[in-house]
Structure formats: structure tokens, C-alpha cells
Design a protein around this ligand. Structure first.
Ligand SMILES: NC(=O)C1=CN([C@@H]2O[C@H](COP(=O)(O)OP(=O)(O)OC[C@H]3O[C@@H](n4cnc5c(N)ncnc54)[C@H](OP(=O)(O)O)[C@@H]3O)[C@@H](O)[C@H]2O)[C@H](O)CC1
Ligand SMILES: [K+]
Length: 494
């Protein structure tokens, strides 16, 4: 984890030494444990580096609080160096050999074997202990990252601890943000251990958790004087007569997400199908590319969603390129992405920073085959994709990554696996379109849309279908407003 090493170096250059950081780290682990669990036997598994050092400090701090603690070391204590050796001396008692550490059925295990310095898969004693701990009933608390997990790739190449709690430092790393790593971490606590202000500027940030604090002006609240034309005009392209449902889902979601006027631009042969199924959403027919552009112009659309149900091929490609010659910000999803497989240069040369692409993993691989196959994590892949495309990229999945062309990245974990069902992507495209239509910056619009989509999914619960997500949106908006009011009241009292 190069970024973390550079953060350390920055701290040390600014007068905070490694031992001070290690003490803060170990204390934070002990405190996080004491806040969550009652006193019980603790076994601390320490590795040969500074992760183990944090473990010795945590062990001493828990002993100080009166917890029964045993410490086990992988390797030879005489070979410990630097801060880890100092931490071992601070613990003061001899460590037991790691092979003696059978996880106690009812106790608590602190996994301080390897963190940022993991260099290869777990093997031998460490791998065996990992398997035994995972199958025991003991609570497992990981220091920095569950051992075996590669912090940068968010993946394990062999055995990996399954933690109930992971205490990390400074800021989350890819393993805390991305699947499958995140799934091994349990609850994640990120503690400030005293890296001085300004270190963020020294290193490239990995990415932020996508939270409403990052887009405080969203969702925009209509003021008292507003009218429907003042809340954005969203156009959604429909597919042919047998592929209209996806566009309708996007359009209905757009209306729920606050766009004042939403119109489905429908090929004339699908007009009746659409008209019969829509009430609040308007429908307008078109023929050919010129007709489509006339429709966009006539509606004075401020944003448009293209792709859901649009069909893959030349026709969709032409409509997308034509729409990019007009002012509305675009959300390109589904078939509007797949249609450019092998012809991405053509698309990327027309995209603008205010447009948003919303690929799932399959669509991402069609647009960015080299990135999908590269040995990089999803954050790096999305960041490079956004730079290359020159617009915002929402790389969807259980760990949706939102990347801006200027390098900013947010990772959304506020969602539910229940959202993995037909039509939810169309709903997300519609919500994003609604925020764009209201004039919001594309990165914030996409971030807010992904979060609210996840929130509505959580509210709709198990067994949801896409329409339930749309129906849950008003509750998500209301809850977010309540949360903002409470936060504002709290900060006024500070
Ligand atoms: N700023 C911070 O975040 C701070 C973090 N701290 C903690 O420090 C660790 C990183 O410590 P580091 O010493 O760099 O690395 P590790 O302790 O994770 O591991 C290095 C040693 O482990 C050996 N190793 C690596 N993989 C294996 C393996 N699979 N099997 C056996 N041994 C392994 C490695 O040996 P080599 O042979 O590869 O040289 C090293 O001996 C960070 O995660 C935090 O917990 C600081 O305490 C405070 C500041
Ligand atoms: K660890």
C-alpha cells in the first residue's frame, strides 16, 4: 500500500514519528474492542512487521483495562526491528509461539499478522490458524486489514481472516471499499492516528465513501416560486414496440427524483404502447435521427437518458452521436454503451465532462476491455475510464464506483444485493438524469443518484422489483432531508 507508506513518510517528515503512530493505532484497536464487547479472553496474533507492532500495543492496552490477554508471535522475537521491537518491549512479557494459538470458542482473536506489508498468500501456520479462526465461534478483530487480504487489490489469493471488526487508520483503502475485500472486514472503523493536516495533498487519495455530506446541495429542493419548467426537463429515449419498459422505468424514476417534466421520446411505431402505459410522463413520437433531434429541441430538454431498451447497433449509435451535438447533458446506459463496443474512440471524442456513463461490469468490459483485464482494482479502472472517456463513469456493482474525469472517485456501499434485479439499472439512469436535468454537476448528480437508489433499495427490502425502488424514493428523499436537518441542528449546538 504505497499511498499509506507515503502518508507515513509525510507524517514523520512533519514531526510525528512512527512509534507515536503505532501507539495511537494500537490504542484505537483496544478502545474499539472495549466499546463493543464485554471482557473476555483475548488472543493476539502478531506478525513480524508493524502490523504485529500494533498488535502488541493493543494487547498492552487491553491488559491495562483488565482483560485476560495472551500474545502469540509468528517467528522469532529476537528478529523484530524498529517500532515493532519497541512495541514488543512495551508489551513486556514473552510472546508464545504462534502454533500454540488455538482460537478459543468463546473468546476474541486480534488478527495483527499482516497489514500493508502482506507480500504473498498466507502459508503454513498462518494459513492454518486463519482457517481455524474462521471456523471457530470467536470474535475476530483485524488490525488494518484482515490478514491474507491484499489491501490494494481488495482480493485474497489464499486463506484470509473473516473479521467481525476491522480497525484501520487514516483513511479507507481499496480493501475497505471494494468487494470482495470489504465482505471480509465486518464493521469497518477508520481512526485518525495523528497524521498531520495536509497529507492528503501529498498523496493521491484512494477514494471516498459516497455519503450525502459530499453533495450537500442535493437533492435540490424546489423553492416556493418554482414551476415544473424550473425543475428540469428530462427526455428518455424509448426502444421499439417490444422494448419500451426500460425507458418507462427510467422516465418514472426521473419524475420521482424531481425532474419537473419527463418525456419519453418514442419511435412512432411504439408510441401507442408507451402512451397506454404512462400517465404523468409525457410521450412524443419521432422518426429517424432528424426527428429525434427535433424532439429534443422541441422539448427544450435539459438532460436526456439514452440506452435502456434502445437496441444495439448503428441506429442507437447515430442517435447518441446526434444527441451529443445538442446541449442536454446525457446519461448513457445499457444499449447506448454496448452499441459502441469496438468503436469507443468515436464515442469518447464526442463526450463532454457533464455526461455520465453507467456501465455494469459487462458493459464496462465492452467499452474498456484493456482496463477490465488489467491487474488493477475497480477504483483505478473507473478512474482511468473516466479520464479516457472525458466524462463521469459510474461503474456499477455491489461496490459502485463513481469516477470523475479530473480523478476524483467515490465508492458507494449504501445499497443492498436485492438491487441485483432486472430494471434497477434503468431506474438509476432515470434518477441520474433527473439530477442532471436540474443543472447539478455531473459527479455530484451521479453520486447522489447512486446513494438514493441504494437507499430506496434498502427500504424496498428483500424481493424488491425495480418499480418498488421508484416507489420507495419519496421516503428516501424525506429521510435524507430529516438527516440533514438533524446534522444542521447538531452542528449549530457545537
Ligand atoms: N500509517 C499507518 O497506517 C500506520 C500503520 N502501521 C501498521 O503498520 C502496518 C504495515 O507494517 P509493515 O511492517 O510495513 O508490514 P506488515 O506488518 O503488514 O508485514 C510485513 C512483514 O510481514 C512479512 N510477510 C508479508 N507477507 C507474509 C506472508 N504471507 N507470510 C509470512 N510473512 C509475510 C514480511 O516479510 P518479508 O519476507 O516479505 O520481508 C514483513 O516481515 C500497517 O498495516 C499498520 O497495521 C503503524 O503501526 C502505524 C502507522
Ligand atoms: K491484520
Amino acid at each position: 500500500m504505497d499511498a499509506i507508506r507515503r502518508a507515513d513518510a509525510f507524517a514523520i517528515a512533519n514531526g510525528v514519528d512512527g512509534w507515536t503512530l503505532m501507539q495511537a493505532a494500537g490504542q484505537a484497536v483496544a478502545q474499539s474492542i472495549a466499546q463493543r464487547w464485554s471482557k473476555r479472553p483475548v488472543r493476539v496474533l502478531c506478525g513480524p512487521g508493524n502490523n504485529g507492532g500494533d498488535g502488541f500495543v493493543a494487547a498492552a492496552a487491553l491488559r491495562e483495562k483488565g482483560w485476560p490477554v495472551r500474545v502469540f508471535l509468528l517467528g522469532d522475537a529476537a528478529k523484530l526491528t524498529g517500532d515493532a521491537a519497541r512495541a514488543y518491549a512495551h508489551w513486556g512479557d514473552p510472546a508464545e509461539p504462534l502454533e500454540n494459538a488455538r482460537p478459543d470458542e468463546a473468546g476474541l482473536v486480534i488478527d495483527a499478522l499482516f497489514g500493508a506489508g502482506l507480500a504473498r498468500p498466507l502459508e503454513g501456520q498462518a494459513a492454518e490458524l486463519c482457517t481455524a479462526t474462521n471456523s471457530a465461534r470467536a470474535v475476530c478483530v483485524a488490525v488494518d486489514v484482515p490478514s491474507g487480504l491484499d489491501g490494494d487489490r481488495a482480493q485474497a489469493d489464499g486463506a484470509v481472516f473473516r473479521a467481525d471488526l476491522t480497525v484501520t487508520f487514516h483513511r479507507p483503502k481499496p480493501a475497505h471499499l471494494l468487494e470482495p475485500g470489504r465482505g471480509q472486514c465486518g464493521e469497518i472503523v477508520c481512526v485518525d492516528i495523528g497524521i498531520p493536516d495536509g497529507w492528503r495533498a501529498e498523496i493521491e487519495p484512494v477514494g471516498d465513501y459516497n455519503t450525502p455530506d459530499l453533495w450537500p446541495d442535493l437533492p435540490t429542493r424546489p423553492d416556493r416560486q418554482t414551476h415544473k419548467h424550473g425543475r428540469g426537463r428530462l427526455a428518455v429515449l424509448s426502444g421499439g414496440p417490444s422494448a419500451t419498459g426500460a425507458a418507462r422505468l427510467a422516465a418514472q424514476a426521473g419524475l420521482r427524483a424531481g425532474s419537473g417534466l419527463v418525456t419519453v421520446l418514442s419511435p412512432k411505431n411504439a408510441l401507442l404502447v408507451n402512451a397506454q402505459s404512462l400517465s404523468e410522463v409525457m410521450v412524443r413520437g419521432f422518426d429517424g435521427v432528424e426527428g429525434f433531434l427535433a424532439g429534443l429541441d422541441g422539448l427544450r430538454a435539459t438532460a436526456a437518458v439514452l440506452g435502456p431498451g434502445a437496441g444495439v447497433g448503428e441506429g442507437t449509435r447515430e442517435l447518441v452521436i446526434a444527441a451529443l451535438s445538442r446541449s442536454p447533458a446525457l446519461v448513457l446506459d445499457a444499449d447506448a454503451l454496448t452499441s459502441f463496443e469496438g468503436e469507443t474512440d468515436h464515442l469518447f471524442s464526442h463526450l463532454r465532462p457533464g455526461d455520465v456513463l453507467t456501465p455494469h461490469a459487462g458493459e464496462f468490459a465492452r467499452l474498456f476491455p484493456d482496463l477490465a483485464e488489467a491487474p488493477i482494482n475497480k477504483i483505478e479502472a473507473a478512474r482511468t475510464a473516466a479520464e479516457r472517456a472525458g466524462c463521469v463513469v459510474v461503474f456499477k456493482g455491489p461496490d459502485t464506483v463513481i469516477a470523475a474525469p479530473d480523478g476524483r472517485v467515490r465508492v458507494n456501499t449504501h445499497a443492498t444485493p436485492a438491487l441485483a434485479t432486472a430494471g434497477t439499472g434503468d431506474v438509476l439512469a432515470g434518477i441520474t438524469g433527473a439530477f442532471l436535468a436540474q443543472g447539478t454537476d455531473a459527479f455530484d448528480a451521479a453520486s447522489a443518484a447512486v446513494w438514493l437508489h441504494g437507499d430506496a433499495g434498502l427500504r424496498a427490502g428483500e424481493g424488491l422489483i425495480a418499480g418498488d425502488v421508484i416507489a420507495a424514493l419519496p421516503n428516501s428523499f424525506a429521510a435524507l432531508r430529516r438527516r440533514r436537518r438533524t446534522d444542521a441542528a447538531r452542528s449549530a449546538l457545537k
